[in-house]
Design a protein around this ligand. Structure first.
Ligand code: PMP
Length: 393
């Protein structure tokens, strides 16, 4: 029976990793994989996480089961950073549970929305490919709208149109910050407009916050989310700690639910726990426990925030250097300076992307998405020159 399965389409980025690994050219550049890299090209474990892990090994007395909600100390320690220190539970209306990475949190959020009666989900495209894949797998109908305009800014009219036109039983997925793959975020003014439109619509907002702290800072990057939550009666938030704590393979995330009333939460969370049990029973513990130890210790918290500042400053520097190059052949790199996070999209066709690979040993997704953290002082000039070569007027 199993032989009936046709091969699933391979993950294009994983194929790219293999091609890059097999390339012997010393000056090859990898802009494909979505992880942060230092100026030396490494993706190190955060010092604060290493210290917390050492403490964890010394003090952890048991690895017995925790339950589908995972480490609630972790879930709650994160809340002031996500929802604001003043009233992180918004009067008891927000509660969370741990999930296996942001992916698990997104899966849980949309599955919970479906269980509550959502049948159609609006999504700005392009988006992180797994959004569409998860919706297709559930399945839920996906209603796409354009995320961005040709000039490298967000298409505010498209998202407002989707929200205003939506009826009962519909949800919208919004990237909280550092949009993947475009790097194009809504401005504070646009978030206010979105929040106002949401407040007037029956649509359920699902906010995916996978890169908090990688744009302008932990507080700044929560602006959109907090503006929306202040305006709407209910929302779901899918959170990832895999980038901002460098925990990628440890799979650290959380689902937060903001309910109309605190009294609604026990029933909602019992449904989320039931979905989690059927999917993964309970989330992996180690990374979340390390994050909890970091957030419970002021010295480790300060060290973590400092390390996050360094990451963010480096990505800004790379973006500023790219933006300063301005017009390179047919490409205008200027908008990359005001885009955020790890990713931006270059308006290159598949042939140009292939030529960057064959002629210049530069690896990026066929869509033209680049990971700006793959660029360093040592390779950025070569990269800009190569763009000039493949994108000649
Ligand atoms: N949402 C978005 C927008 C992402 O880009 C990603 C990861 N690349 C995730 C969620 C999931 O992150 P995680 O690795 O924690 O599963």
């Amino acid at each position: 029976m199993l032989e009936r399965l046709a091969p699933a389409s391979p993950d294009a980025l994983l194929a790219l990793i293999k091609l890059h690994a097999a390339d012997n050219r010393a000056d090859k550049i990898d802009l494909g994989v979505g992880v942060y890299r230092t100026g030396q090209g490494d993706t190190p474990v955060f010092g604060a996480i290493k210290a917390a892990e050492e403490r964890l090994v010394e003090t952890q007395a048991s690895k017995s089961y925790l339950g589908p909600e995972g480490d609630m100390g972790f879930v709650e320690a994160l809340m002031p950073y996500v929802f604001g220190a003043d009233d992180p539970s918004m009067g008891g209306r927000i509660q969370g549970m741990q999930a296996p990475g942001g992916t698990g949190a997104v899966r849980l959020a949309v599955a919970l929305a479906k269980a509550a009666g959502v049948s159609k989900v609006h999504l700005g495209v392009p988006s992180w490919p797994n959004h569409a894949q998860i919706l297709a797998d559930l399945p839920l109908e996906m209603a796409p709208f354009d995320h961005d305009c040709d000039d490298g800014t967000a298409n505010i009219e498209a998202v407002l149109g989707a929200i205003r036109g939506a009826g009962e039983g519909e949800a919208v997925v919004l990237h909280g910050c550092c949009h993947n793959p475009t790097g194009i975020d809504y401005t504070p003014e646009q978030w206010r407009e979105i929040a106002e439109a949401l407040s007037d619509s029956p649509i359920l907002p699902i906010i995916d916050l996978a890169y908090q702290g990688l744009g302008y800072g932990m507080e700044e990057d929560a602006f959109g989310l907090r503006t929306v939550l202040a305006a709407v009666p209910e929302a779901l938030v899918a959170y990832s700690c895999d980038k901002n704590f460098g925990l990628y393979r440890d799979r650290v995330g959380a689902l937060y639910v903001m309910a109309r009333e605190a009294g609604d939460l026990p029933a909602i969370m019992s449904n989320a726990a039931a979905l989690a049990r059927a999917n993964w029973s309970m989330p992996p513990d180690h990374g979340a426990a390390a994050v909890r130890l970091v957030l419970d210790d002021p010295a480790l918290t300060a060290q973590w925030l400092d390390e996050l500042d360094t990451m963010r400053a480096r990505m800004r520097q790379v973006r500023e250097r790219l933006a300063a190059a301005g017009q390179v052949g047919t490409l205008d790199l200027t908008p990359l300076g005001s885009q955020n996070g790890l990713f931006s999209m270059l308006r290159l066709d598949k042939e140009q992307v292939a030529r960057l690979r064959s002629d210049h040993a530069i690896y990026m997704a066929a869509s033209g998405r680049i990971n700006v953290a793959g660029l360093t002082q040592g390779n950025i000039d070569k990269f800009i020159a190569a763009l000039g070569d493949v994108a000649k007027e």
